[in-house]
Design a protein around this ligand. Structure first.
Ligand code: NAD
Length: 241
């Protein structure tokens, strides 16, 4: 592939879409192939623009159909939208492999958040108990966050067993279990995106905390994923750094 990577941005009128457009415009090796939002015809824009990659920052209710459209058009998806299920991810992986294409679904493009998941994987085999608290702005529509679900999956896989959820309590007060780990979701004005992974052991706790303070923290990871997706086949879940 020669010249700048041509990237379509779906959900371009939204908060993350706008930041993504600005980031691509500022990158010397990428250019915006098209911007689409809910009123536009995504398939038609991909066909007429010849985009190499399409990044999707839309809504959980529409992301699966968007990704299938991107793949059907022979283009590589980079997906920031959360809410895809394990079954959706399997279907997307199969569709990509059928066409010998690569795709990335990353519930969190922040390098600090990705690193905090790696640190949690390191700690997981050493602590029997773990809980996750994630805090986001009040407009986030899904709960728990995709990052919290992926963190719980990675902790359980790294621990080689389901971490225990000790203690009792009234209905709902102990969080919801994901991969056996209690996850607590807080939605408040004034918050952006924050997560604490708290491990408990004999006489000690370990807290791994990440705070996204502005949406610009996602930019390096977004540009990295756009560059990376051309060199892979099948679906990669989570940003590989
Ligand atoms: P937003 O509501 O500001 O923007 C969503 C945009 O998608 C809107 O402009 C909306 O009109 C558009 N849209 C809706 N349906 C569409 C369709 N069918 N086709 C095209 N566009 C459509 O939301 P946001 O804050 O930008 O977040 C978008 C998604 O990204 C959410 O799922 C959020 O959780 C996720 N997110 C991911 C990361 C990450 O690092 N992966 C970071 C922040 C947010």
């Amino acid at each position: 592939m020669s010249g700048p990577l041509r990237v379509g941005v779906n959900g371009a009128a939204g908060r993350m879409g706008a930041i993504t457009v600005a980031a691509i415009e500022a990158a010397s090796d990428q250019e915006v192939a098209f911007r689409t939002d809910s009123e536009d015809n995504l398939a038609a824009e991909i066909s007429s623009s010849g985009a190499d990659v399409v990044i999707d920052f839309t809504l959980p209710a529409v992301v699966f159909e968007n990704v299938q459209t991107i793949i059907r058009c022979g283009t590589r998806p980079v997906v920031g939208t959360t809410g895809l299920t394990a079954t959706d991810l399997e279907t997307i992986d199969a569709s990509l492999r059928e066409r010998n294409l690569g795709g990335i679904v990353a519930p969190n493009f922040s390098l600090g958040a990705v690193l905090s998941m790696k640190l949690a994987e390191l700690a997981a085999p050493l602590f029997a108990d773990c809980e996750i608290i994630e805090m986001h702005h009040e407009k986030k529509v899904d709960a728990p966050s995709g990052t919290a679900i992926l963190t719980a999956e990675r902790i359980a896989a790294a621990a080689g067993k389901t971490p225990s959820a000790s203690g009792g309590g009234g209905e709902g007060s102990r969080g919801a279990l994901f991969s056996g780990i209690p996850v607590h979701s807080i939605r408040l004005p004034g918050k952006m995106a924050h997560q604490e992974v708290i491990f408990g052991g004999m006489g000690e706790t370990l807290t791994i905390r990440h705070d996204a303070l502005s949406r610009e923290c996602f930019v390096p990871g977004i540009l990295h994923a756009i560059r990376r997706v051309s060199g892979i086949t099948g679906l990669e879940v989570g940003l590989q750094i």
